[in-house]
Design a protein around this ligand. Structure first.
Ligand SMILES: Cc1cc2nc3c(=O)[nH]c(=O)nc-3n(C[C@H](O)[C@H](O)[C@H](O)COP(=O)(O)OP(=O)(O)OC[C@H]3O[C@@H](n4cnc5c(N)ncnc54)[C@H](O)[C@@H]3O)c2cc1C
Length: 437
């Protein structure tokens, strides 16, 4: 085997099956790129393996019209700006992918694309791990799993087994033209669900949107984007989900220059809101009686952020324009005044269901002692309980911002620091060893 630690960075044509590397990073989305930047800065020999292309999720795992949820000044790494965009604009998904590709080029990140990591096991008789890839077996002392927060689309078991319905997860939605004619039920009203529902309504579809518990910060308030407010109010840094709020999604959008998600406005424009989707039977879908409560909780969350922002302005004596109209409430449409509890799909003309119901992680390839009985990664700020294994990019890895562009860069820095410290322990030589060296 070539000891890549002696000949680092690797040259492009080097055969993978001959490699031995200090740290292997799996995945070259934003997490893998950030990890590589910090490892490079600390001089840690490493290699990033990506099964497809850099930032693949942004290229093919998102719908056609998606733009970043945060403005260009915010949704980026510290070392590079979107120099072709207004800082307050929202980058298209292609632009985000190009950004990460350019970022990786900037420091010549040692990324190999088109290589899938299939299995990682701890070595039985010596330190480190053996890694089976689609291009051979390599060895590494450490492995960073940067395979994303959203690996496996989840469609709940209640989905009807009705051959006549077109059913997809939001990960497989690209544009309205891909759906058969007719009305659409969108299940889930987080950022994906609400944006897809809005796009379909604008394309002339009749849309039913199933709304669960959600946060919905104002897009802007008193001239500042919600990303700014979450930053100055310390909310991106929250370290734990508040108990009972694990399933509360966040509904934001950068579409059409960015606007606040207001479900009542959408209902006023013709979207039919319903409560959480409960069951399907005999062509009839049943919704929970929680629409009004979910909207009220979303409003309370929205108003709490306005209150916190006002208090921040007053406390710091800031000169930001007042915005009383942000507290205006749209009138309740019929679907909110009298929520629908049951709907006959065929009678309502529903021919498609889009499940915007989130994702799960899938670490089947990582066969080490770093998971609980349910397969949930066990770690502290990304440092797993299996020495030498790290997780990066997971939701709430260290804080609320962890799975987002801005947050993952800081988590990567922490993990790189941990790796460098471990390497310095291993590099220690006692007096006798030093003398004999
Ligand atoms: C619809 C949507 C919109 C979003 N919008 C924003 C936004 O505007 N702003 C923001 O900050 N965040 C946003 N996010 C959240 C987050 O930024 C993205 O999910 C982002 O793609 C996560 O980056 P990542 O590098 O952690 O994971 P990913 O981008 O998923 O990258 C993981 C990479 O690992 C590779 N991989 C997986 N398994 C293997 C393997 N076994 N071997 C080799 N390679 C492997 C994959 O091919 C992939 O390229 C959004 C998420 C979604 C779903």
């Amino acid at each position: 085997m070539t000891d890549l630690n002696q000949a680092w960075p690797p040259c492009a044509g080097q055969a993978l099956e001959t490699l031995e590397i200090d740290t292997l990073v799996v995945g070259a989305g934003q997490a893998g790129v950030a990890m590589s930047e910090h490892l490079s800065a600390l001089g840690v020999p490493h290699l990033v393996l990506e099964r497809k292309r850099i930032a693949e999720a942004w290229r093919t795992g998102r719908w056609d019209s998606l733009v970043a949820n945060g403005p260009a000044w915010h949704d980026r790494f510290p070392g590079l700006e979107f120099d072709d965009l207004d800082p307050d604009a929202f980058a298209s998904k292609e632009r985000v992918a190009a950004y990460f590709e350019a970022y990786a080029e900037k420091f010549a990140a040692p990324i190999r694309t088109g290589v899938e990591v299939r299995r990682v096991v701890r070595n039985a008789d010596r330190p480190g791990f053996t890694i089976e890839t689609s291009q051979g077996v390599i060895r590494a002392q450490r492995v960073v799993a940067a395979t994303g927060p959203f690996q496996r689309p989840v469609i709940p078991a209640i989905a009807p087994r009705d051959e006549g319905l077109y059913q997809i997860h939001s990960a497989a939605y690209f544009n309205p033209q891909q759906l058969p004619e007719g009305a659409v039920l969108v299940v889930g009203a987080g950022s994906s669900g609400v944006q897809i529902a809005d796009e379909l309504m604008r394309a002339g579809r009749r849309v039913y949107l199933s709304v669960g518990p959600h946060d919905r910060p104002p897009r802007t308030y008193r001239g500042r984007d919600f990303c700014w407010w979450l930053g100055v109010l310390g909310l991106w840094d929250a370290e734990e989900v508040q108990p009972g709020r694990e399933h509360v999604t966040i509904a934001v959008s950068g579409a059409r220059g960015g606007e606040t998600i207001d479900f009542r406005r959408l209902a006023g424009e013709g979207m039919t809101l319903v409560g959480l989707t409960q069951s399907f039977e005999g062509g009839v879908v049943t919704f929970r009686d929680d629409l009004v409560g979910n909207l009220a909780a979303g409003d309370a969350n929205y108003l709490a952020l306005l209150d916190a922002a006002d208090a921040y302005v007053a406390r710091n004596g800031l000169d930001l324009p007042e915005e009383p109209e942000a507290r205006r409430r749209y009138p309740d449409a019929e679907c909110v005044r009298h929520p629908i509890r049951q709907l006959h799909l065929a009678e309502a003309g529903i021919r498609s269901i889009i499940w915007a119901t989130g994702y799960a992680v899938d670490f089947g390839w990582l066969q080490v002692d770093a998971f609980d009985a349910q397969g949930k990664p066990q770690h502290q700020r990304g440092v797993s309980r299996e020495p030498g294994v790290y997780f990066l990019g997971l939701p709430w890895l260290s804080r609320r911002g962890s799975s987002f562009i801005w947050g993952v860069w800081h988590d990567a820095k922490h993990i790189a620091g941990h790796i460098a410290t471990q390497r310095s322990y291993l590099a220690y030589r006692d007096a006798e060893q030093r003398q004999n060296a």
